[in-house]
Design a protein around this ligand. Structure first.
Ligand SMILES: C[S@@+](CC[C@H](N)C(=O)[O-])C[C@H]1O[C@@H](n2cnc3c(N)ncnc32)[C@H](O)[C@@H]1O
Length: 267
């Protein structure tokens, strides 16, 4: 947990003190997000730059830190040069709430709960579906993590040791609404209607196959990938598809084969 530390400059109503993430937790965060050289990692409230530098040095990613304490920004830039990753990293001096997050594929945070909560909508609004968010110790309340890991961190509590918790969220596509599905897999005339409700990545829904209500089973959303099953008379039809705005396209599998399907959201 964040222990009391030197206060950060009062540049935001929502601030978190500077407490570095233990080295072991930095690696666990980047591992949980499966960071690779194709990623752009953003650490919001980047402290001495350790997460940004590790993302570049050990995972080959490009990485940006956002930090409003100018001394920590200067220290981060020195640390990045010393680590030989000056070319792959950038440190922005400013308030994390003013930064456009849309280019990031991975966002990391070690911020207090009220800051995380204020940040939650911005993450969901600006990040692309499928982007990964990793947090140390503090979560996003009702947006439940997709994965959690807890472990002993010797550096915790100023070297006295303690438990660190790292959590991963996959940013879900926005899918709520009424969708009209079309596929040769569906009974004539090859159409179904699915109504989805959504609580972050958790889906519920109903389906109509013609005049008949059909159970929508195991709806799941991971980033932009949606899956569910519909019980047709001839047996279950398993849908998997990719959401792009108001369109979904994918394949549906049934006992008799595999077909393409498409869906359009009614506005
Ligand atoms: C707990 S420290 C984490 C530092 C680093 N991310 C790490 O994990 O080692 C939080 C950092 O966020 C910075 N910070 C807090 N609120 C901020 C804001 N609104 N904008 C920019 N930086 C902020 C603080 O100055 C501090 O360095």
């Amino acid at each position: 947990m964040l222990a009391a530390a030197a206060p950060a400059p009062a540049q935001s109503d929502f601030s978190s003190p500077y407490v570095p993430t233990p080295t072991v937790a930095v690696e666990r965060m980047l591992g949980l997000a499966q960071v690779t050289r194709d990623d752009l990692v953003m650490d919001l409230g980047s402290g001495d730059g350790r997460i940004v530098i590790a993302a570049a040095k050990r995972h080959g990613a490009r990485a940006t830190g956002v930090e409003y304490d100018p001394k920590l920004v200067a220290l981060s830039r020195q640390n990045a040069l010393a680590a030989g990753v000056g070319e792959r990293v950038r440190f922005v001096e400013g308030d994390l709430f003013d930064v456009d997050l849309s280019p990031a594929t991975v966002v990391t945070v070690y911020l207090l709960p009220d800051v995380n909560l204020k940040l939650r909508d911005k993450l969901l609004r600006e990040l692309r579906p499928g982007a990964r968010v990793v947090a140390h110790d503090f979560d996003f309340e009702s947006w439940r993590p997709d994965r959690v890991e807890s472990f002993y961190a010797p550096e915790k509590n100023r070297g006295r040791g303690g438990t660190s918790r790292v959590m991963l969220w996959i940013v879900p596509a926005e899918v709520r609404g009424t969708w009209v599905l079309r596929s040769a897999a569906l009974p004539a005339p090859g159409e179904a209607q699915v109504v989805l409700s959504q609580n972050f990545q958790v889906l519920e829904g109903d389906a109509m196959l013609g005049e008949r209500r059909a159970a929508l089973r195991e709806p799941a959303l991971r980033g932009a990938v949606i899956r569910f099953s519909l019980d047709a008379v001839a047996g279950p039809l398993r849908f998997a598809g990719e959401v792009r705005g108001d369109e979904i396209a994918g394949t549906v599998r049934g006992a008799a084969g595999t077909w393409p399907w498409r869906a359009t959201r009614r506005r």
